[in-house]
Design a binder for this molecule. Structure first.
Ligand code: NAP
Length: 340
């Protein structure tokens, strides 16, 4: 099989190399998939830059999701048949023409879903669904701040919060993304490259506060956000994009790390607020039934039209560096997918 292997940290043009590898064998609880397309996630950028501690040692095949057809099924997998079109969450290994993953991480999809739409559902929509519907259960009328709202997870969170009847404050950089957020129904788009988001919320929200914050930026974005929570408020931290461009083991990285702030449980208790972390890799490892529940619901909600993933770019595998650069340079909207 072919695999786009991460061979060294650095620029996308030199970090990946196309290699021939043996097709992996599957166990009783696993499925072998012939891959049509794999999705990109910001974690791949972090891995490429050497900023992702969960990434396997190099050389490594990264990637969290594939769209394709079932080639073979382990004896314990009963919900799929050979030849079925599927989307699957993978624990790395997705940048390849054949992939083995757990049966519980594979869900059948209709033929009319494009590769981009299906790929978006695996990691980005699953992360949003887990955080906003499984962990938090957003309620109508809640004021929700979503950072990087025009991105992959961001778009999913916006659609979920909209579906739940929340009032949405969404941050993004640049005019094109702000226009996109308006199209998505974000009530208060905030261009945080031009405007301090704290001041914007203090002006736009009736009491200057919000109920829920989804933060994938990290650093002082979290510390500032904590001040915006009203009683009963929740901060969900699920990323640290701010670390992407900092040199590894540098003063800048240390200061961004400290920028998150330090929180004593008594402080959270006194204000009656909560700080939550999400890592879908840990959920996949330790709660595979929960991952399956999220993926099945994301596919169902997409079939019902509640979820409408935006596909911001479809690339051929030879253009992988350009696809990664689009994501890294903050130019992408929605999902980026790469086809074989
Ligand atoms: N914890 C988990 O299990 C989990 C799962 C999936 C994703 N994530 C995290 O969720 C976030 C979104 O992932 P995604 O795949 O959907 O990516 P994405 O949102 O499509 O792309 C990342 C976006 O982050 C924003 N950003 C803010 N500061 C940035 C910086 N310093 N450098 C680069 N981008 C910056 C950019 O949007 P603006 O230009 O609009 O700011 C950029 O477009 C990432 O931080 C990712 O690591 C976590």
């Amino acid at each position: 099989m072919k695999a786009a292997v991460l061979v060294q940290h650095g620029e996308a043009a030199t970090a990946f190399r196309l290699q021939e590898h043996p097709i992996p064998t599957h166990q009783a609880d696993e499925v072998l998939i012939a891959v049509d397309a794999f999705g990109l996630n910001f974690a791949d950028v972090m891995a490429m830059r050497g900023k992702y501690q969960d990434c396997p040692p190099l050389p490594a095949v990264v990637g969290y999701e594939v769209v394709g057809r079932v080639m073979a099924i382990g004896s314990e997998v009963t919900h799929l048949v050979v030849g079925q079109r599927v989307v699957a969450f993978t624990r790395f290994g997705a940048y390849a023409t054949e992939v083995v993953t757990k049966g519980k991480a594979v869900v059948a999809i209709p033929d009319h879903f494009s590769n981009g739409v299906a790929a978006a559902l695996a990691t980005q929509y699953c992360t949003a669904y887990y955080a906003a519907a499984y962990l938090l259960q957003l309620r109508p009328g809640e004021k929700v701040l979503i950072h990087a709202a025009a991105g992959g997870v961001g778009t999913a969170l916006v659609q979920l919060a909209k579906w739940r009847g929340c009032t949405i404050f969404g941050t993004a950089s640049g005019r094109e993304k702000i226009h996109y957020l308006l199209q998505q129904g974000v009530d208060f788009p905030i261009d945080y490259s031009q405007r301090n988001f704290v001041e914007a919320i203090q002006t736009l929200s009736s009491n200057g506060k919000v109920d829920v914050i989804f933060d994938s930026i990290g650093g002082n974005s979290v510390r500032k956000g904590m001040e915006l929570l009203q009683a009963g408020g929740k901060m969900v931290c699920y990323g640290a994009a701010v670390l992407a461009q900092t040199p590894t083991i540098s003063v800048k990285m240390l200061s961004e790390g400290l920028g998150f702030g330090l929180y004593h449980p008594a402080q959270l208790m006194m204000r009656s607020i909560a700080l939550l972390g999400v890592n879908m890799l840990r959920i996949a490892d330790e709660q595979p039934d929960v991952l399956q529940h999220c993926l099945e619901n994301c596919v169902r909600l997409a079939e019902e039209g509640v979820f409408r993933p935006t596909v911001g770019g479809v690339f051929h595998y030879q253009d992988l560096p350009a696809a990664i650069a689009l994501l890294e340079n903050r130019q992408s909207i929605g999902k980026i997918v790469v086809e074989w």
